[in-house]
Design a binder for this molecule. Structure first.
Ligand code: PLP
Length: 466
């Protein structure tokens, strides 16, 4: 455990003993969770009934019939029907350590003996200071002018706070620039920003969004020109009305479309010239490229002024430069993060720093290369039934068949049935994507995932003959 300030009872030997005992319990429980497993037929009916009850209670079925027992081991997770899945989506990129990892458990145990569950506006744990310092130092590592952090409860809340800071710093502006296919979260404003009409049915659209085409990797120069022209058109039509330009440097929900360095630099430079604040939404990309932040991967440090992180960081946050420091009361929350989340966030950052994730030869890049080579082999053996890969580092996607939504969804279901968990992304084409547990992955797990995927693709091809 690595918070810098001493945690309560840190040196009490009884705590160390208790942790050792609990580790033993969990290790015993997870010993047999080393591969996928089909459901136990004696549990299936009760499991279905619980899922149906849950669907009634939450007014909709879960995407996957996934109710976990709490037992897990690395990327393997046991569901309450007795099945074991190879989890390569991890709550959409949240569980960097996979399941039942001792480092995360230790954070939980340490947090459990702290006095309160939650931290918030009137009270903060000592560890909050350590988390904020780490995030700022990490963001500034290659020159970004980030100075401040607001810890928050979700990616959406971090994005909401970034927007508030941008609007606050540009009084009188009411519009935003964003990219086609972007996703920013599900608050009222973020539903407007997100380029998906289905996510804002009957909701107000009072913050006007002007969309730009995202980078087209097959024509970077042309797409740079087209995006710049669109930007100038929007800004010409509404001068001094844009409070921010919203970037996902690698589009996540939009289908794992990767920005290209020269394109991103050109658009950021234009935004800076026009005085439009730049937001890098790194809720999905953080930790997954060759650098901790994707803006560092693309060398965009000079433009990093409002940056959000979430998911794999456990606690979410908005990072910002001095120019965006808020007036009192603009940003405040009863809950900023649970104590466990704070400690877990520190642990994740420290493990990332100590590990070998980053750099051109780092484990993120190797993971991508191995997965991509496997996808190519599957494509060859199935006469091109899948295409790709898309994404970068620890974000990997493929397009099945013609990329129709029903085909991608069916492939996700077939993978689940085979024991592999991924998730769809994008529209026209819709893809299947994977977010493996970066801090708990090895080659054997990737190879196992590829085997299961290949079986699922075989079944998909049989269902959609070409
Ligand atoms: C790029 C991006 N921004 C924001 C969010 C929203 O985060 P959360 O679901 O934690 O609110 C997501 C979630 O998928 C995301 O991918």
């Amino acid at each position: 455990m690595s918070a810098d300030a001493p945690l309560p009872f840190q040196d009490d030997p009884r705590v160390a003993q208790a942790i050792a005992l609990l580790d033993q319990v969990v290790a015993d429980a997870g010993r047999d969770l080393n591969d996928v497993r089909a459901a136990d037929p004696t549990k299936v009916d009760a499991y279905r009934a619980r899922l149906e009850e849950f669907a009634r209670l939450r007014a909709g079925a879960l995407y996957y019939p996934y109710l976990a027992t709490g037992r897990g081991h690395g990327p393997y997770v046991e569901l309450a029907d007795g099945s074991v899945k190879l989890d390569f989506i991890n709550g959409i990129g949240v569980h960097g350590f996979g399941h039942a990892h001792r480092a995360m458990r230790h954070c939980g145990i340490r947090a459990a003996i702290c006095d309160t569950v939650m931290q918030g506006n009137l009270q903060q744990a000592d560890a909050s200071v350590d988390l904020c310092r780490r995030l700022v130092e990490l963001a500034r590592r290659s020159g970004a002018a980030i100075e401040h952090v607001a810890i928050s409860t979700s990616g959406a809340m971090s994005n909401e706070n970034a927007l508030k800071l941008a609007f606050h710093a540009r009084p009188g502006r009411n519009r935003l620039l964003a990219f086609e296919r972007c996703f920013a979260g599900r608050t009222l404003v973020l539903s407007q920003l997100t380029d998906k009409a289905a996510f804002r049915v009957n909701l107000p659209t009072d913050v006007p969004i002007d969309y730009l085409p995202f980078c087209d990797a097959s024509d970077v120069a042309g797409s740079t020109e087209r995006t710049l022209a669109a930007m100038r058109r929007h800004v010409g039509r509404y001068p001094n009305r844009h409070a921010a330009i919203w970037f996902e440097l690698v589009q996540g929900e939009g289908g794992y479309n990767v920005g290209e360095r020269s394109y991103l630099h050109a658009i950021c430079a234009e935004a800076r010239k026009l005085g439009i604040p730049i937001v890098f939404d790194e809720v999905q990309t953080f930790g997954r490229t060759t650098r901790p932040f994707a803006f560092q991967h693309f060398g965009l440090d000079e433009y990093a002024e409002l940056v959000t992180v979430g998911k794999i960081t456990q606690a979410c946050a908005t990072l910002f430069s001095a120019a965006f420091a808020p007036g009192p009361g603009l940003i405040s929350q009863t809950f900023t993060a649970g104590t466990w989340e704070l400690l877990a966030a520190i642990e994740v950052l420290d493990r990332m720093a100590a590990g070998n994730l980053f750099g051109p030869e780092g484990s993120n890049a190797r993971l991508h290369a191995r997965f991509a080579a496997g996808l190519e082999r599957i494509a060859e053996r199935t006469s091109g039934a899948i295409r790709g890969p898309w994404g970068i580092g620890g974000m990997i996607a493929l397009t099945p068949l013609e990329g129709r939504a029903d085909q991608a969804k069916r492939l996700a279901e077939l993978c689940f049935d085979e024991g592999l968990m991924g998730f769809v992304a994008g529209a026209e084409p819709t893809r299947l994507r994977f977010l493996p547990p970066l801090l708990a992955i090895d080659d054997a797990m990737i190879d196992r995932a590829l085997e299961l995927l290949e079986r699922a693709v075989g079944r998909l091809v049989a269902e959609f003959p070409r």
